[in-house]
Ligand binder design. Structure first.
Ligand code: COA
Length: 393
């Protein structure tokens, strides 16, 4: 659309502001081949508990050390809704002497782990969007954890796919994808680019503490990708979605934190400590984040003169099913059906930035032309991001 704006206050002459419409024209998903059920994960954790308690029996018996308690598959499903997760390496995670994904060190001539999975998701998104690779102007990798300091994973993906233009990485933890969408939305809207690819490679098991009973079940691995383009008024791509608006919020909190970083080795006393992995105060996160997300969605709909009842899809961040039930209740005034607010965390667990994109990718076919939906994420920061979309075709 073209808006003519008279800026008499600032400028003597009226200026013409071009504002382009933006569409999501394709999405893609890479799902790892290996999968771990709650039962398998709990068996391994409980074996670790037996081994830990046996090897520390003296300290436990004299009261100087607390014994570890066992985990339970029933608790995990009831507290979170998670039943299983896909992982890049199962054997290392379940091996009680290792308890993390075992990934071979790659040489500088080989593609990195994140770029490899990102490229697979990206190729599907590009195919689904029917865009010519030559027409993609930018690549953004938006995810929670980057494999190295530099060069950017996005530039590696750009190179693998033969995309011209520019690329960069960004990290807003679980909200990286919606923040990435807003970043690209603004660039396309203003005309600085015509199209971009966003990729969300998440090897969440690499920063998960599999020795921590409170959170060892939370995460899984996956990669998603989204192609965004300037919208054409007359050519409508199959399964495409106009972005009507985006709204972001951040507010500092220590309740989800990971202190891993490039300065760790400068403080050797802290290297290898549990705070260098994901840790959280799950109860507080649950309580504090629900109202922030619900209010942001409600405000965003109101600003766009939309009602909650207008929504035919709520593709929410996939961290905890009980949380999503409460958010949809606050927004809608009643519980959302699984058709309206699809759940993928039962199968995938929390996949950080990718969760709401997986839900959108797998379930958007049920939307009809002109129907409205939201893609909403929330997590560490705190951070919340909401995107309102309308199905074009
Ligand atoms: N197996 C069995 N019992 C467990 C357990 C496990 N793996 N982990 C904790 N428990 C026990 C606790 O010891 C506690 O026992 P108590 O009542 O005797 O003290 C009880 O279960 C409740 O623990 P709590 O930590 O309060 O559980 P919860 O109901 O809050 O559920 C989460 C935990 C993490 C699933 C939940 O808080 C959550 O999902 N929060 C939101 C997190 C989130 O979205 N984070 C964003 C990440 S990016």
């Amino acid at each position: 659309s073209v808006k003519k704006v008279n800026c008499h206050n600032q400028f003597p002459l009226s200026i013409l502001i071009l504002m382009f419409k933006v569409q999501i024209s394709g999405t893609g998903l890479f799902t790892p081949k290996e999968k771990i059920s709650n039962e398998e994960l709990v068996d391994s954790y409980n074996k670790y508990v037996d081994e830990y308690n046996a090897s520390n029996s003296k300290e436990i018996n004299n009261g100087s050390l607390e014994p570890l308690e066992k985990s339970s598959a029933e608790f995990i499903e009831k507290a979170s809704g998670v039943k299983s997760r896909y992982v890049q390496n199962k054997s290392g995670i379940l091996d009680t002497s290792f308890m993390r994904p075992r990934l071979n060190e790659r040489s500088e001539d080989q593609i990195s782990n994140l770029a490899e999975m990102g490229v697979i998701a990206a190729k599907e998104a590009i195919k689904n969007s029917q865009i010519d690779i030559k027409e993609i102007d930018a690549v953004i990798v938006a995810c929670s954890n980057l494999e190295r300091a530099y060069p950017a994973i996005a530039i590696e993906i750009q190179n693998e796919l033969g995309i011209e233009g520019f690329a960069f990485d960004m990290n807003v933890a679980c909200s990286s994808a919606t923040f990435g969408i807003q970043t690209i939305f603004d660039m396309i809207k203003s005309g600085s680019i015509k199209s971009a690819l966003m990729v969300n490679p998440e090897i969440c098991t690499g920063h998960l503490n599999f020795k921590d009973r409170d959170c060892h079940f939370i995460f899984g691995d996956v990669a998603t990708a989204v192609v965004l383009e300037r919208m054409s008024e007359d050519i409508h791509k199959n399964n495409s979605y106009e972005i009507l608006g985006t709204k972001l919020l951040t507010e500092f909190s220590n309740n989800i934190r990971n202190n891993y970083g490039f300065l760790n080795s400068s403080s050797p006393e802290g290297v290898g400590k549990a705070d260098k992995l994901f840790h959280q105060n799950g109860r507080k996160v649950f309580k504090e984040v629900i109202p922030k997300v619900s209010n942001l969605i409600k405000d965003h709909l109101e600003e766009n003169k939309l009602a909650a009842e207008d929504l035919k899809g709520m593709y929410l961040h996939q961290a905890n099913e009980n949380m999503n039930v409460l958010i949809s209740k606050y927004v809608l005034g009643k519980e959302a059906s699984r058709d309206l607010a699809p759940v993928v965390l039962d199968e995938y667990a929390n996949t950080s930035s990718a969760g709401s994109i997986i839900a959108f990718h797998k379930h958007n076919k049920s939307l009809k032309k002109d129907e409205l939906a939201i893609i909403c994420s929330f997590g560490a920061g705190y951070s919340v991001g909401n995107v309102i979309v309308k199905k074009i075709a």
